[in-house]
Write a protein that binds this ligand. Structure first.
Ligand SMILES: Nc1ncnc2c1ncn2[C@@H]1O[C@H](COP(=O)(O)OP(=O)(O)O)[C@@H](O)[C@H]1O
Ligand SMILES: [Mg+2]
Length: 117
Protein backbone atom coordinates (compact mmCIF):
# COMPACT_ATOMS: atom_id res chain seq x y z
CA UNK A 1 0.00 0.00 0.00
CA UNK A 2 1.17 3.54 -0.79
CA UNK A 3 2.34 5.77 2.07
CA UNK A 4 -0.56 7.55 3.80
CA UNK A 5 -1.33 11.06 2.63
CA UNK A 6 -4.06 12.07 5.04
CA UNK A 7 -4.44 10.40 8.43
CA UNK A 8 -6.92 10.71 11.26
CA UNK A 9 -5.71 9.45 14.64
CA UNK A 10 -8.46 9.01 17.25
CA UNK A 11 -10.26 12.08 15.91
CA UNK A 12 -13.50 13.23 17.53
CA UNK A 13 -15.90 16.06 16.79
CA UNK A 14 -19.06 17.14 18.63
CA UNK A 15 -21.31 19.82 17.14
CA UNK A 16 -21.97 22.73 19.50
CA UNK A 17 -24.87 21.81 21.77
CA UNK A 18 -25.01 18.18 20.59
CA UNK A 19 -25.22 15.43 23.21
CA UNK A 20 -23.18 12.90 21.26
CA UNK A 21 -20.12 13.21 19.02
CA UNK A 22 -20.75 13.11 15.26
CA UNK A 23 -17.28 11.54 14.90
CA UNK A 24 -15.91 9.50 17.80
CA UNK A 25 -12.24 8.47 18.02
CA UNK A 26 -11.95 7.85 14.28
CA UNK A 27 -8.67 6.45 12.98
CA UNK A 28 -8.11 6.06 9.22
CA UNK A 29 -5.41 6.52 6.58
CA UNK A 30 -5.98 7.77 3.03
CA UNK A 31 -3.15 6.53 0.78
CA UNK A 32 -1.45 8.64 -1.88
CA UNK A 33 -2.00 7.86 -5.56
CA UNK A 34 -5.38 6.18 -5.15
CA UNK A 35 -8.99 7.24 -5.32
CA UNK A 36 -10.72 6.66 -2.00
CA UNK A 37 -14.50 6.62 -1.51
CA UNK A 38 -16.09 6.95 1.90
CA UNK A 39 -19.48 5.26 2.04
CA UNK A 40 -22.10 5.21 4.75
CA UNK A 41 -25.73 5.81 5.54
CA UNK A 42 -27.23 9.25 5.88
CA UNK A 43 -26.00 10.98 9.03
CA UNK A 44 -23.07 8.63 9.70
CA UNK A 45 -20.54 11.49 9.54
CA UNK A 46 -19.14 11.62 5.99
CA UNK A 47 -19.59 15.38 5.55
CA UNK A 48 -18.31 16.09 9.05
CA UNK A 49 -15.20 14.03 8.27
CA UNK A 50 -14.52 16.10 5.14
CA UNK A 51 -15.08 19.41 6.97
CA UNK A 52 -12.57 18.23 9.59
CA UNK A 53 -10.11 17.15 6.87
CA UNK A 54 -10.28 20.62 5.31
CA UNK A 55 -9.97 22.39 8.67
CA UNK A 56 -13.40 24.04 8.38
CA UNK A 57 -14.26 22.39 11.70
CA UNK A 58 -11.75 22.13 14.54
CA UNK A 59 -11.47 18.60 15.93
CA UNK A 60 -12.52 18.15 19.58
CA UNK A 61 -9.86 15.47 20.06
CA UNK A 62 -7.19 13.49 18.24
CA UNK A 63 -4.73 14.43 15.51
CA UNK A 64 -5.13 15.00 11.75
CA UNK A 65 -1.96 14.77 9.63
CA UNK A 66 -0.94 15.33 6.01
CA UNK A 67 2.23 13.38 5.17
CA UNK A 68 2.88 13.20 8.91
CA UNK A 69 2.47 16.95 9.48
CA UNK A 70 -0.21 17.86 12.03
CA UNK A 71 -3.09 20.20 11.09
CA UNK A 72 -2.83 23.50 12.98
CA UNK A 73 -5.59 26.09 13.10
CA UNK A 74 -3.79 29.39 12.56
CA UNK A 75 -4.97 31.18 9.40
CA UNK A 76 -1.47 30.85 7.92
CA UNK A 77 -1.38 27.09 8.53
CA UNK A 78 -4.94 26.67 7.24
CA UNK A 79 -4.06 28.57 4.08
CA UNK A 80 -1.18 26.18 3.35
CA UNK A 81 -3.30 23.18 4.30
CA UNK A 82 -6.02 24.15 1.83
CA UNK A 83 -3.51 24.35 -1.00
CA UNK A 84 -3.38 20.55 -0.57
CA UNK A 85 -7.01 19.77 0.26
CA UNK A 86 -9.83 21.29 -1.81
CA UNK A 87 -13.46 20.77 -0.90
CA UNK A 88 -16.40 20.62 -3.31
CA UNK A 89 -19.83 20.77 -1.71
CA UNK A 90 -22.44 18.09 -2.30
CA UNK A 91 -25.03 20.53 -3.65
CA UNK A 92 -23.73 22.23 -6.81
CA UNK A 93 -25.79 25.30 -5.89
CA UNK A 94 -23.61 25.68 -2.79
CA UNK A 95 -20.38 25.88 -4.77
CA UNK A 96 -18.59 28.99 -3.70
CA UNK A 97 -17.79 30.90 -6.85
CA UNK A 98 -17.49 28.84 -10.00
CA UNK A 99 -19.69 26.77 -12.26
CA UNK A 100 -17.65 23.55 -12.26
CA UNK A 101 -16.06 21.52 -9.46
CA UNK A 102 -12.58 21.87 -11.01
CA UNK A 103 -12.84 25.66 -11.17
CA UNK A 104 -14.33 25.88 -7.69
CA UNK A 105 -11.51 23.85 -6.12
CA UNK A 106 -8.82 25.84 -7.91
CA UNK A 107 -10.28 29.10 -6.56
CA UNK A 108 -10.69 27.77 -3.01
CA UNK A 109 -7.03 26.74 -3.08
CA UNK A 110 -6.02 30.35 -3.55
CA UNK A 111 -8.41 31.78 -0.97
CA UNK A 112 -8.23 32.06 2.79
CA UNK A 113 -11.46 30.45 4.00
CA UNK A 114 -12.18 30.94 7.71
CA UNK A 115 -12.62 28.33 10.39
CA UNK A 116 -16.15 27.39 11.47
CA UNK A 117 -16.01 27.01 15.26
N1 LIG B 1 -24.70 21.55 11.82
C1 LIG B 1 -24.99 20.50 12.60
N2 LIG B 1 -25.35 20.66 13.90
C2 LIG B 1 -25.61 19.60 14.70
N3 LIG B 1 -25.51 18.32 14.30
C3 LIG B 1 -25.14 18.10 13.01
C4 LIG B 1 -24.87 19.17 12.11
N4 LIG B 1 -24.52 18.63 10.90
C5 LIG B 1 -24.60 17.30 11.06
N5 LIG B 1 -24.97 16.98 12.31
C6 LIG B 1 -25.14 15.62 12.86
O1 LIG B 1 -23.87 14.97 12.78
C7 LIG B 1 -24.03 13.60 12.37
C8 LIG B 1 -23.23 13.37 11.08
O2 LIG B 1 -23.80 14.16 10.05
P1 LIG B 1 -23.12 14.28 8.60
O3 LIG B 1 -21.64 14.43 8.77
O4 LIG B 1 -23.84 15.38 7.89
O5 LIG B 1 -23.45 12.86 7.96
P2 LIG B 1 -23.45 12.38 6.42
O6 LIG B 1 -22.67 13.41 5.61
O7 LIG B 1 -22.78 11.04 6.46
O8 LIG B 1 -24.87 12.29 6.01
C9 LIG B 1 -25.54 13.39 12.21
O9 LIG B 1 -26.01 12.83 13.43
C10 LIG B 1 -26.09 14.78 12.00
O10 LIG B 1 -27.41 14.89 12.49
MG1 LIG C 1 -23.23 14.52 3.93
Amino acid sequence: MAAPLLEFHQVSYTYPGARHPAIAELTLAIPAGRKTAILGHNGCGKSTLLFLADGLYRRSGGVITWKGESLQYTSRALNLWRQRIGLAFQDPEQQLVAATVAEDISVVRQTDVGLVE
